[in-house]
Design a protein around this ligand. Structure first.
Ligand code: ADP
Ligand code: MG
Length: 253
């Protein structure tokens, strides 16, 4: 589904992604974990073809090199939720989630009953139905984020990349978002790549984990093998007092 080979990228002089290689199959659920500035967002943007300058190495999605996709064909393969969304245009929640259907529509086509049904389902799935007629500027940060997740889900792509989708959410919605991602993953075999900061969510939901440190792939494999105390200590340079229990809770003794 997604093969990344020898990916290297720099914004300026300093390399930000260093020789990253990994492969995800259809239906994998992969957490991306690493310290601030380790390259997580850059990696997701590279895969989504959102970087302004070129990278070296290869990104292959569903057997085809990234460069061979048009914006539209890529949007049919891959949904992306950015770490931050600046609300620039004031659309309603419903219309924003409907934007996820655009790649499926021809240019001047109005929404079909299928589009409306999918948008309605994703609004319900993300607890947004009561907010459907609100303008984005009238929402909290966490609510905007859930709208962006719902929009990406409405795109119905085989691959979903989400950059810290839990960051502004309360604990109940964190679980709701992870549960609806897992549902799509299990029922539709959607491949999910999600940047997380909470090891316990990774351990509960992700079967694979990609651990980054300063642009390097420190470890990749099953979450159980990757999210060990020594790996986490190494990735985050944790002082000796820190411990991580088997559920992924970190504490200082
Ligand atoms: P993460 O998401 O893991 O916190 P990022 O991928 O956002 O990390 O950033 C990786 C590194 O690249 C950081 O050192 C960051 O300062 C730098 N960086 C990110 N975006 C830009 C940019 N647009 N221009 C220059 N440097 C950037
Ligand atoms: Mg980031």
């Amino acid at each position: 589904m997604l093969s990344v080979t020898n990916l290297n990228f720099s914004y300026e002089q300093e390399p930000v992604l260093k020789n990253i290689s990994f492969h995800l199959g259809k239906g994998d659920f992969c957490a991306v974990i690493g310290p601030n500035g380790s390259g997580k967002s850059t990696l997701l943007k590279a895969v989504s073809n959102l970087l302004d300058s070129p990278f070296t190495g290869s990104v292959v999605i569903d057997g085809k090199p990234l460069a061979t996709f048009s914006a539209r064909t890529l949007a049919l393969q891959l949904g992306f939720v950015a770490q931050r969304t600046d609300v620039v245009f004031d659309f309603s929640v419903f219309d924003t989630v409907m934007m996820g259907r655009h790649p499926h529509q021809s240019r001047w086509q109005v929404s079909t009953p299928l589009d409306v049904a999918v948008v309605t389902e994703m609004l319900h799935k993300n607890g947004l139905w009561p907010l459907k007629d609100r303008q984005l500027t009238q929402l909290s940060g966490g609510e905007v984020q859930r709208v962006m997740v719902a929009r990406a889900m409405a795109q119905q792509t085989p691959l979903l990349l989400l950059d810290e989708p839990l960051a502004n959410l309360d604990v109940a919605y964190k679980f709701e978002v992870m549960k609806s991602l897992r549902e799509l993953n299990r029922e539709q075999k959607v491949t999910v790549v999600v940047v997380l900061h909470d090891f316990s969510f990774a351990k509960q939901f992700a079967d694979k984990t990609l651990l980054l440190k300063q642009g390097e792939l420190l470890a990749f494999g099953s979450t159980e093998d990757v999210l060990t105390e020594p790996n986490v200590r190494n990735a985050f340079d944790l002082p000796p007092c820190y411990r991580m229990d088997e559920r992924g809770n970190v504490y200082c003794e």
